[in-house]
Design a protein around this ligand. Structure first.
Ligand SMILES: [Zn+2]
Length: 301
């Protein structure tokens, strides 16, 4: 493949791009026209199969400074409670935007992981269904929850069959996020809501930390990186109206938070880690919004 084809922007077709970050043997390129960023070269399907395994949810070496080990979560199950606090706000927002009469609303989550978001959406009254690429996760959910989860691709779902489609920290993992946005438009009912969360690359902290950011260093799984501008362009092109886009924080345990900071900025993080351990503060709950991630709500028009 020639360099010009390799570096052609998938969102706007521009051939003008430059290397924004270099991490080990990978580069992250940025489109000079629409700001979309992407990993180059992209991993093979075999590489991705290896990453999305049971180990994805229990990667004890995540908070190391080695990008080869920066994938997945250190202990995803222990983050359930904290993640669900954030998901409750998102589900509430989607529900308020859909204005249901007495009918049950339906919600499809793409890349549902271990089902934490679907669990919250079901509790809020949605009829839920999930898809997930990680086979370990599909089996895990089948043993734990009653809602349907499969490895189905979006193209097998019927036209206009869902009120809401959601992707929580998923769009950056997709080989073709723009196909998935287009397909979501087809599968949503008129007036339905597409919601997703993803890293935002142009905020102050994102630009300050750059390639130190865990989200940027996940070169084994993060294939695309968005800015507010490229998000809006992707959605408008597919026929959505962007209704809300805002920076979203996350509730962390103090121990988890300082370990992540120590991996990104050791000079600050390591002394903090000693203090947190010394004062037994590891389990303290903290809400932090560094404005590195956005939640997007778009309506099918
Ligand atoms: Zn572009």
């Amino acid at each position: 493949m020639s360099d010009s084809i390799k570096s052609k922007c998938r969102l706007c077709g521009s051939e003008k791009s430059f290397v924004k970050y270099t991490i080990e043997n990978s580069e992250i390129r940025r489109c000079s026209d629409c700001t979309l960023m992407w990993l180059n070269p992209m991993p093979t399907d075999e590489d991705l199969e290896k990453v999305y395994s049971k180990n994805y949810y229990e990667n004890k070496e995540l908070a190391s400074d080695d990008a080869q080990k920066t994938y997945g979560y250190s202990d995803y199950l222990s983050e359930k409670l904290y993640k669900q606090i954030g998901f409750q706000k998102i589900v509430k927002q989607i529900k308020s935007m859909l204005q249901a009469n007495d009918q049950e609303l339906s919600l499809l989550e793409l890349g549902c992981g271990l089902g934490f978001f679907l669990d919250v959406a079901q509790d809020a009254g949605f009829a839920v269904e999930g898809t997930e690429f990680n086979k370990y996760a599909v089996k895990w959910i089948a043993n734990k929850y009653r809602f349907p989860v499969s490895s189905k691709k979006l193209d097998v779902f019927e036209d206009q069959s869902y009120d809401a489609i959601c992707m929580m920290d998923v769009i950056e993992h997709l080989r073709d996020p723009f196909d998935v946005i287009n397909e979501s438009h087809r599968v949503l009912r008129n007036g339905g809501i597409l919601t997703f969360t993803t890293m935002e690359c142009d905020s102050f902290i994102s630009r300050l930390l750059g390639e130190r950011l865990e989200d940027i260093r996940k070169i084994h799984e993060h294939l695309f990186f968005f800015t507010k501008r490229s998000i809006k362009k992707s959605l408008k092109q597919a026929g959505f109206a962007v209704e809300k886009i805002h920076y979203t924080g996350h509730t962390f345990s103090c121990g988890d938070l300082v370990e992540r900071i120590a991996a990104m900025v050791p000079l600050i993080g390591r002394p903090c880690l000693h203090l947190v351990n010394f004062f037994h503060l590891r389990n303290l709950k903290l809400y932090v919004n560094p404005r590195t991630k956005v939640t997007v709500y778009a309506r099918k028009i």
